[in-house]
Design a protein around this ligand. Structure first.
Ligand SMILES: NC(=O)c1ccc[n+]([C@@H]2O[C@H](COP(=O)([O-])OP(=O)(O)OC[C@H]3O[C@@H](n4cnc5c(N)ncnc54)[C@H](OP(=O)(O)O)[C@@H]3O)[C@@H](O)[C@H]2O)c1
Length: 287
């Protein structure tokens, strides 16, 4: 039986750890910084609280950002000493690619592997066990972890060396930024023209401009509903990592750069916690 520690029972981590707990091949321990969330999880799932005497085959994280991962993976901290020799750390946090390389090198010194494995699919994907996962790091460690990924992902791809998973997630976020900018412009055009935006959606859905964002957000953007989904502060973090990476490459992606500034402005305007599709409100200010 594989012994697993899951760190970070937030909106994503809690259901992901729940899928692992349902699998008889795993013995799952959990840790959450705010202990009440771990207590709550343990009431609803079969598993145990993390104990420093445990020895794990795999340690999985789904926390906030680079600094959170560093803090939790300190070699002399409360978790890494509990990882068996030859064990694997699977990090589902969205971070920089630099962090992934740093953690991979640090854990290699201790005889363990580190996989950067950010996910896409949102809270619904985590609850339904249908996340997409893009993985960087040692191929053998990836293959060794296939049973874990299978518990909550419907699409898992090993992309390449350490950091390649995070580069893929950045590519995903650049696509989303561009698509939402396009949808916002389209909605503003129709509203300013006095044309029924919902009828426009009925006409163009399924055509060449079709996308997940169009199918799931176009109508809510028209209705001005943003109290759900992926919050703009997460997107600001993700785009900051993407733009830091392109700056290292010597260029700036113009659309994502503008969208990032628009989200920063929306945050100042009090839109904290609202879905990324709230971008249309920034565009509406121009009308
Ligand atoms: N939400 C989404 O739709 C989505 C989609 C794809 C990827 N992601 C990425 O997945 C990660 C988690 O997102 P989430 O939505 O689950 O966030 P969340 O609900 O805010 O949960 C974050 C979790 O990380 C823990 N944490 C944060 N900093 C920590 C630290 N320094 N030490 C220990 N624990 C710490 C939090 O503990 P506390 O309970 O103590 O705060 C909480 O359990 C992020 O990197 C996010 O960008 C999110």
């Amino acid at each position: 039986m594989k012994k697993i520690l899951f760190i970070g029972l937030g909106r994503m981590g809690s259901p992901m750890a729940g899928h692992l707990a349902k699998n008889e091949d795993f013995s799952v321990s959990v840790y959450n910084r705010t202990s009440s969330k771990a207590e709550q999880w343990l009431k609803q799932n079969s598993g145990t609280a993390h104990n420093e005497n445990n020895q794990y085959d795999s340690v999985i994280l789904c926390v906030g950002n680079d600094d959170d991962v560093r803090e939790n993976l300190a070699l002399d901290g409360q978790f890494v000493p509990c990882l068996k020799q030859g064990g694997v750390v699977i990090d589902h946090t969205t971070t920089s690619a630099e962090l992934a390389k740093e953690m991979s090198a640090a854990l290699a010194e201790r005889g363990a592997a580190y996989l950067d494995a950010p996910v896409s699919g949102g809270e619904a994907g985590a609850v339904n066990g249908k996340l997409s996962c893009m993985v960087g790091g040692d191929k053998a460690a990836f293959e060794q972890s296939a049973d874990i990924f299978k518990a909550y992902c419907h699409n898992v791809v090993h992309i390449g060396a350490s950091g390649a998973g995070q580069i893929s997630k950045m590519a995903n976020q650049l696509c989303i930024a561009g698509i939402l900018a396009g949808l916002s412009e389209a909605i503003c055009l129709t509203e300013k023209a006095g044309v029924d935006a919902d009828k426009v959606y009925q006409a163009i859905k399924g055509g060449a401009a079709q996308s997940w964002q169009m199918d799931n957000r176009f109508q809510t953007m028209i209705a001005g509903e943003f109290d759900f989904g992926f919050a703009i502060e997460h997107m600001i973090k993700d785009l900051n990592y993407a733009l830091a990476e392109t700056q290292r490459q010597g260029w700036t992606p113009p659309v994502a750069d503008k969208v990032l500034n628009d989200y920063r402005q929306l945050l100042t305007d009090g839109k904290s916690g609202q879905d990324t599709s709230v971008l249309v409100e920034k565009y509406r200010q121009m009308l």
